[in-house]
Design a protein around this ligand. Structure first.
Ligand SMILES: [Zn+2]
Ligand SMILES: [Zn+2]
Length: 333
């Protein structure tokens, strides 16, 4: 089987290796589709806090169970599954209260353990026990299944920010997470949604999907919005979001910042305007289950937003941080 191994930064090796066999309590998943997201590009280019190398990246995984090890109950070869990438302990305080994405003993597929940029994936015994292979709804495509993880991240944020139908929402960054956030909030009755992106193609796509869109964050009006969600890592955008919010507005903060430190005047707006700031990192397994249900019903993703690539095109794709495509799928089918 083929696997793409990140041996060091900027170096991806495609290797042909013997297929995995399932050990006791394990299952093997044949990968059908694995999403390639901005976090993978960051891991490839600059590394990431939770990444150790050599590593097979990829954490947005949908596929079919090809082998079930001894001692496994509840799964059969042929089951279509989405793999939740978080191997959480299931016992600590965070896990017990449903915030397993914050588990102190977390190992994430594609960061601490090998992920989905390979033809077959081994789900370790503790992952099988925690149910990280989640059976897909009948009839849902693998391509939609692979969107469960990013949508689950948007759900995690929305759980904290609590969308209200009268909200005016600003989203900075009209990439994958920005659009999924927009679609999620719309599915919860929020109509007034504006997306901004410095990339004109992305702004145009957001407009085509019926959202208000602006080509740059700089021209959003001040103190107009009830909620702002940053779907980009720029500290300038944090400033724009804070200024765009009404007093007591809610600011969602998805991505670790790159670039210069926040300005004091931005941070002080949190104080003077009583802004409420919500951080969010990844998603719980419950968020992933909810995402799958939404993708099977309320949230439709247009095929034209999905760009498909093969293993041979993967490294070229990982090099491109700024791009026009919204979702990229490594397609094994
Ligand atoms: Zn991702
Ligand atoms: Zn835990």
């Amino acid at each position: 089987m083929k696997r793409a191994i990140l041996t060091e930064r900027h170096k991806l090796e495609i290797k042909d290796v013997p297929e995995h066999r399932s050990g006791y309590g394990e299952i093997i998943v044949r990968t059908a589709v694995c999403g390639v997201c901005r976090t993978d590009r960051k891991a490839y280019g600059t590394g990431q806090r939770d990444l150790s190398m050599p590593r097979v990246l990829g954490h947005e995984i949908a596929g079919v169970i090809s082998e079930v090890g001894d001692g496994v109950a509840g799964y059969r070869a042929g089951d279509k599954v989405v793999v939740h990438p978080g191997l959480f302990c299931g016992e600590c305080g965070e896990c017990s209260s449903g915030f397993d994405q914050l588990c102190g003993r977390m190992r994430i597929l594609g960061f601490h353990e090998d992920g989905g940029f390979q033809e077959f994936l081994r789900i370790p015994r503790d992952g099988v026990k925690r149910g990280i292979a989640i059976t897909m709804p009948e009839g849902l495509s693998f391509s939609r299944g692979a969107l469960a993880e990013p949508l689950a991240c948007a759900i995690n944020m929305a759980e904290s920010m609590r969308p209200h139908k009268d909200d005016r929402l600003l989203i900075i960054g009209a990439g994958a997470l920005g659009l999924l956030t927009a679609k999620l909030w719309r599915s919860r009755g929020v109509d007034d949604i504006t997306l901004t992106d410095t990339n004109e193609t992305k702004a145009a796509i957001a407009a085509e999907l019926g959202f208000a869109a602006r080509p740059a964050a700089g021209d959003v009006r001040r103190e107009e919005y009830d909620a702002a969600v940053m779907c980009c890592p720029s500290s300038n955008a944090f400033g724009t979001a804070a200024e765009a919010l009404k007093k007591r507005g809610r600011l969602g903060f998805f991505s670790g910042l790159t670039g210069p430190a926040l300005e004091t005047k931005t941070v002080n707006l949190i104080h003077y305007h009583e802004l409420r700031v919500f951080g969010s990192y990844g998603c719980s397994i419950e968020n992933t289950r909810s995402a799958l249900a939404l993708l099977d019903g309320k949230i439709a993703i247009e095929d034209s937003l999905v760009h498909r690539i093969s293993m041979d095109e993967l490294e070229d794709d990982l090099r491109k941080l700024e791009r026009g495509e919204i979702f990229t799928h490594l397609d094994f089918e």
